[in-house]
Design a protein around this ligand. Structure first.
Ligand code: GLU
Length: 443
């Protein structure tokens, strides 16, 4: 095994990436990054019928948007010759064998075993077939599917990076089918062949793969390769238990359209499942430095979109102008971004606040007394030196002149100037509105 930490994210392009996949991709990226290693993208597209090119493109775009740049991209569909060679090796070594049972026959066997209170393990009856039997099957046009022969005398063990020591008894497991009768591959063996060929040192994936790992450990050994480190993460659930349809199906594109920043997803998903606090101030490099599989628990991690919204707002409140410039309305500059940013939960809302700056704004109907106060404010504003902090100067002057304070002093001004009861700091907003416009709105 090469000593450079090498991880891979291996999606099947049969759909778009959702939050759970993003988390797996991110954790593999962080794990590699932490050690100055390599992060690979492997497109698991052996299933030609279900794999779609548009999904491959979406996966690439999503990873790019998240800033998770793979060092290399590999596609399983381009590697069939390599699988064939490894297949021949395993056949020659007697580790793959031909079977002919139909799905119905297998189901019947399962039922019989379960009925007797026995585990539904494949009985290996195909191993008793002779070459004459195989020839007869072939003559009858029956093509075999292939199973991997587990070594019953080699107990399976690994120390999982998250789950700790794992033990499996191969006698309690069915020999997995690795290739269908039509010659197509199931996921299991090509993945091992690729992990070996690509020097993958760390396989980090969801705990739904634990039992696959048990058989794959023997495949690495059968192919004469070192077994990589494995870690299996608890699955993601929603705030109320199971990951809801909505959350579970939230694709990167939808998250992006709903105003979620990649930095927010990264800050949240890097820590979700650990007891470490989610910190919106940490950038990817810092998250990588502190990334530690040992911090992840075995309990399902809860994904909560309210938490994502909170982290998203915190991220936006620190985003520099240069980062968002192209997404801001024409004319909105750095000072405006900095004034408005603390009020945003999505960058797109900046346009609403920018309209408040550029006007026109619709102020509420004021009573006579407030109207008189605002007229006085308009006169004061017109005579102000606008260059240094006009808001402090204006409110100080009005406080002296009218004796108003607190809400009575500030709120009518805000309402007349912005048409709103709340919003960005007036101290930052007023210079952006400008003197003439401010005088007009007050008067
Ligand atoms: N294509 C497999 C999946 O999406 C990859 C699993 C693995 O990481 O090995 O589940």
């Amino acid at each position: 095994m090469s000593s450079t930490v090498t991880t891979r994210f291996a999606p099947s392009p049969t759909g778009t990436l959702h939050v759970g996949n993003i988390r797996t991709a991110l954790h593999n990226w962080l794990l590699a990054k932490k050690s100055g290693g390599r992060f690979l993208l492997r497109i698991d597209d052996t299933d030609g019928a279900r794999s779609r090119e548009e999904h491959v493109e979406a996966i690439r775009d999503d990873l790019a948007w998240l800033g998770l740049h793979p060092e290399r991209e590999e596609r399983q569909s381009a590697r069939f010759a390599i699988y064939e060679a490894a297949f021949e090796t395993l056949v020659a070594a007697g580790r793959l064998y031909r079977c002919y049972e139909t799905a119905q026959e297998l189901e019947l066997k399962r039922k019989v075993l379960l009925g007797r209170g026995l585990p539904p393990i494949y009985d290996r009856s195909a191993l008793t077939l002779s070459e004459t039997d195989h020839a007869a099957k072939a003559a009858a046009g029956e093509a075999p599917h292939w199973r991997f022969l587990l070594d019953h005398d080699a107990p399976i063990k690994w120390v999982d990076g998250i789950r700790g020591p794992q033990h499996f008894d191969p006698r309690q497991m069915s020999d997995p089918v690795v290739r269908r009768a039509d010659g197509s591959w199931l996921y299991m063996l090509p993945s091992v062949i690729d992990d070996i060929a690509m020097g993958v040192t760390d396989v980090l994936r969801g705990e739904d793969h634990v039992s696959n790992t048990a058989t794959q450990v023997q495949m690495f050994i059968a192919l004469g390769a070192p077994v990589p480190r494995f870690a299996h993460e608890a699955l993601l659930t929603g705030a109320e238990g199971k990951l809801s349809k909505r959350l579970g199906s939230l694709g990167v594109a939808e998250l992006r359209e709903s105003g979620i920043e990649p930095e927010a997803l990264i800050a949240l998903l890097a820590r979700l499942g650990t007891s470490d606090p989610v910190d919106a101030d940490l950038e990817a490099d810092a998250l990588a430095a502190s990334f530690d599989l040992g911090r992840f628990g075995r309990a399902p991690a809860r994904f909560d979109d309210a938490e994502l919204a909170r982290v998203n707002a915190a991220v936006i409140h620190r985003l520099p102008f240069a980062h968002v410039r192209v997404r801001l309305p024409e004319g909105m500059g750095e000072a405006a971004w900095e004034a408005i940013r603390p009020n945003l939960s999505k960058v797109a809302e900046a346009a609403d606040w920018w309209r408040v700056v550029t006007g026109p704004v619709a102020a509420p109907a004021f009573d006579a007394e407030t109207r008189a106060y605002l007229d006085q404010a308009a006169v004061a504003a017109a005579t102000l030196d606008w260059d240094i902090d006009p808001w402090s100067a204006l409110t100080a002057a009005l406080k002296d002149a009218t004796g108003r304070k607190g809400k009575a002093l500030f709120l009518p001004l805000r309402q007349a100037l912005t048409g709103m009861d709340h919003g960005p700091d007036m101290k930052a907003l007023l210079p952006l509105i400008g003197k003439d416009e401010a005088v007009r709105r007050l008067g």
